[in-house]
Write a protein that binds this ligand. Structure first.
Ligand SMILES: Nc1nc2c(ncn2[C@@H]2O[C@H](COP(=O)(O)OP(=O)(O)OP(=O)(O)O)[C@@H](O)[C@H]2O)c(=O)[nH]1
Ligand SMILES: [Mg+2]
Length: 288
């Protein structure tokens, strides 16, 4: 599904920072693999999507920066592959950091993002902290970031956009409470929705992937059209009824009324098949 109703989100961050857990939280399911081992869990790109409040949201989960099992070269290749999944480009990069941990490696993350992408990527970036439960009692994420100059700089580079969740402990608190994941995810999605006004991040690779996708889509449509040109109207209808009958058959349950309809469809499409082969060859012969 494309168009303004689609939101493409890429998760970036250090191994174990909670990227996959955050992706699951955003989409409200558990399809992205989460593990507590110290080894990196997400080795390649994982893509998952859901319709939330009528909007199609696609989340692209990446292997962690500083992945414990991957060479820098391989990691770069994997991250570029992930980018191909979100052509024509992501609306938001979520830079995932943990509350309470801001070491040299975390500081490096912004340099890495700039290394993989370009300065412009930060215009589409949001800093999302996980492990919100580590915040001091009564403190907000803004209180936390304001205490460190380097954190303030990171958030500033990302247009001041900063959010917090706790994938483990904030699932059952009262809605509207600061320490409630549902509330925090709503705020995050609102931020991303506002960011969509400035479009999405793109670069040469994404442009190339998008062109290729359009070309392939175009050639499928061309193939279908050229096939239709060789068929008579009744052959097209017979094939259509064949497809509808196939869809009915694949459904798990059906009523007796469905069965009658199905029999009619199948009779029609079977009649079509017998007649179709002869008229198909005739219509092929009609071609120069
Ligand atoms: N307490 C707490 N634990 C978390 C939070 N987010 C993730 N975890 C835990 O941290 C561990 C790693 O989480 P993942 O979501 O797999 O992290 P990741 O960044 O996807 O890891 P890789 O795929 O290996 O790069 C799991 O045990 C999670 O349950 C959080 O907000 N709070
Ligand atoms: Mg992961």
């Amino acid at each position: 599904m494309e168009g303004s109703n689609e939101t493409r989100i890429v998760l970036l961050g250090k191994t174990g920072s909670g990227k996959s857990s955050l992706g699951n939280l955003i989409l409200g399911d558990q399809r992205l693999e989460v593990k507590s081992s110290p080894e990196s869990e997400t080795h390649g790109c994982q893509v998952t999507s859901a319709v939330i409040n009528g909007k199609y949201i696609k989340v692209i989960d990446t292997p962690g920066f500083f992945d414990t099992n991957m060479s820098e070269e391989k990691l770069k290749r994997e991250i570029l592959k992930c980018m191909a999944e979100c052509a024509p480009g992501p609306h938001a990069f979520l830079i995932v950091l943990e509350v309470g941990r801001y070491t040299d490696q975390e500081k490096e993350i912004i340099h890495k993002v700039l290394g993989y992408f370009s300065e412009e990527a930060l215009q589409h970036a949001v800093v999302v902290f996980t492990h919100g439960d580590q915040l001091e009692e009564g403190k907000t994420i803004e209180d936390f970031t304001s205490r460190s100059k380097s954190l303030r700089d990171v958030v500033k580079k990302c247009g001041g956009r900063c959010h917090v969740v706790d994938n483990k402990y904030w699932n059952n608190n009262n809605h509207g409470d600061y320490k409630n994941n549902q509330f925090q995810v709503e705020q995050l999605l609102n931020t991303i929705e506002r960011m969509k006004w400035q479009g999405y991040y793109s670069n040469e690779i994404l442009d190339r992937v998008e062109r290729e996708k359009r070309r392939t889509k175009g050639s499928i449509i061309d193939r279908l059209l050229s096939m239709f040109r060789t068929l008579t109207a009744s052959e097209i209808l017979q094939r259509f009824f064949g497809c509808v009958a196939g869809c009915f058959r694949r459904r798990r349950s059906s009523t007796s009324e469905d069965e009658h309809l199905l029999n009619d469809f199948e009779t029609f499409s079977l009649d079509g098949k017998q007649g179709a082969s002869s008229s198909f060859s005739q219509s092929r012969r009609r071609k120069p």
